[in-house]
Ligand binder design. Structure first.
Ligand code: ZN
Ligand code: ZN
Ligand code: ZN
Ligand code: ZN
Length: 476
């Protein structure tokens, strides 16, 4: 600072003297810094300081180290390995020794879509999609293996009084037939030493037997010793449960045949003995009126040949022993509908079934004239070349079927191998083979067999329905 010195005297003008000392430079710079160039791994940085006075200074920032960061180049994918390294973010310099291989990730499959469900023994199939790359691939699903219920037994066969049963553990999975631990079950033993059998006789079709005769039912033991008998269609008998017994049936109406014997075992106490009507011993004694369901009697017939030397005698019962069914056609020569159906009738008779059977070998086809004399019948056979059996005139034979025909002609009647009248049709038929087939099917059903199939016939035997009204017979 300055020193200011002054004197003053009273009454005197005092000359003031002062001294001015020039100040020294006392301003202090105040720099504001700015970056001119950043320092990095390649070069120094420069900063410049500017003071309000205009003074400028610079400062050097030293070059930095590389700024290494970890990068994946290229990244690993599902199917290809990748590379990982440390790389300078400024200059891309790869740090020496930092490079490493990253293994491929592999696909990451989703649950997929099941195309085929596996079962116990067969594998299934599914298609999965990779969550990363959306590639699709098919996979096999392992077979499930059996899931056997080891706790609960399944009875595979019930025991009977004479045979063991069997049980096993089954696989629980639906549709699987696998079973194991197959174990026999002891046969049954009755606590009650006796068993009551209720025996009932019926026809093979379940209907009652004709009551015109009373059958005899006899029960015998294995040694042939008789244990009981009755005359009737039903019999109840109480017998020891530890033996088998045999039933014989006799005195059936003619036309019915019993088997030699039927076995009684305690397994079946409600015994239905089914008697087949077998046309073996028909007797023509009544000329009663047939209905559908009747069993025919053994009518004798004379079959006319092309000349009298070819004529022969037979009977409906004999024919039923030779053939699988009997087809009766009742007609008279001047009946228009009868003549209308004749071409179809002959075609059907000569036809082969779709099973390969020649109908004429299988079915006895008999034409029964209700009006004309033998010469006229024979003339018709020759002039129209009719291959079917044509019966000689017989009023009793034709009268049997009149109840069914109602005296309208033609009437066809089909009779099964047991002699039962199965059905009839009054009027011209164009599809005779349908009825032949009914008889053949019925034959195999009654015999418990399958109709043998040789070949399949593809052509229909007829295509048009021939409509001709049946005609009432002229009374002569
Ligand atoms: Zn300054
Ligand atoms: Zn760098
Ligand atoms: Zn993938
Ligand atoms: Zn299974």
């Amino acid at each position: 600072m300055f020193v200011f010195v002054g004197l003053s005297v009273a009454g005197l003008t005092v000359l003031a003297v002062s001294f001015f000392i020039k100040p020294e430079n006392t301003h202090e710079h105040s720099y504001v810094w700015s970056t001119v160039q950043d320092a990095n791994c390649q070069h120094d940085g420069i900063m410049e300081g500017k003071c309000s006075c205009g003074d400028k200074i610079t400062k050097i920032l030293p070059q930095t180290d590389h700024n290494f960061v970890v990068v994946d180049e290229p990244a690993a994918t599902c199917e290809h390995e990748g590379k990982r390294m440390e790389k300078c973010s400024f200059c891309n310099l790869v740090k020496t020794g930092s490079e490493q291989t990253i293994p491929q990730t592999g696909h990451k499959w989703n649950e997929g879509h099941i195309e085929l469900q596996p079962d116990c023994t067969n594998p299934g199939r599914k298609t999965c999609t990779c969550e990363y790359c959306h590639t699709q691939q098919q996979f096999t699903i392992d077979a499930l293996g059996h899931d056997v219920d080891e706790v609960n037994w399944v009875i595979d066969k019930d025991p009977t009084f004479f045979e063991n049963g069997s049980k096993s553990h089954h696989c629980k999975r639906q549709g699987c037939q696998f079973k194991k631990d197959i174990t026999p079950i002891d046969k049954l033993e009755l606590t009650n030493p006796e068993v009551t059998y209720n025996i009932k006789l019926t026809k093979t079709n379940g209907e009652n037997l004709p009551t015109s005769t009373t059958p005899t039912i006899v029960v015998k033991d294995a040694a042939g010793q008789e244990k009981g008998r009755t005359d009737g269609f039903n019999y109840s008998i109480t017998l020891p449960s530890n033996q088998m017994f045999y039933v014989t049936v006799s005195n059936l109406q003619a036309g019915y045949t019993a088997q030699e014997s039927y076995t009684l075992t305690p397994d079946v106490t409600d015994v239905k003995i089914k008697i087949p009507a077998a046309p073996i011993e028909f007797v023509t004694e009544t000329h009663g009126r047939y209905a559908i369901g009747s069993v025919i009697v053994d009518d004798p017939i004379k079959v006319l040949g092309r000349n009298s030397g070819e004529d022969y005698e037979t009977s409906l019962g004999k024919l039923l022993k030779q053939y699988k069914g009997l087809f009766i056609n009742t007609y008279f020569n001047t009946c228009p509908a009868c003549n209308a159906e004749m071409p179809y009738f002959k075609n059907a008779y000569n036809a082969t079934s779709r099973y390969g059977e020649k109908y004429s070998d299988e079915i006895a086809v008999v034409m029964i004239n209700v009006q004309d004399h033998d010469d006229a019948i024979r003339n018709k056979k020759n002039s129209e070349n009719i291959p079917m059996m044509m019966a000689a005139r017989d009023v009793w034979l034709s009268a049997h079927f009149r109840n069914i025909s109602g005296d309208y002609y033609p009437t066809s009647i089909w009779i099964d191998c047991e002699g039962v009248i199965v059905g009839s049709y009054t009027g011209a038929i164009y599809n005779f083979t349908n009825y032949f087939d009914i008889l053949l099917d019925r034959y195999y059903t009654i015999k418990g067999k399958t109709r043998p199939s040789d070949k399949v016939q593809t052509t229909a035997s007829a295509t048009k329905i021939y409509v001709v009204e049946p005609k009432k017979r002229r009374i002569v």
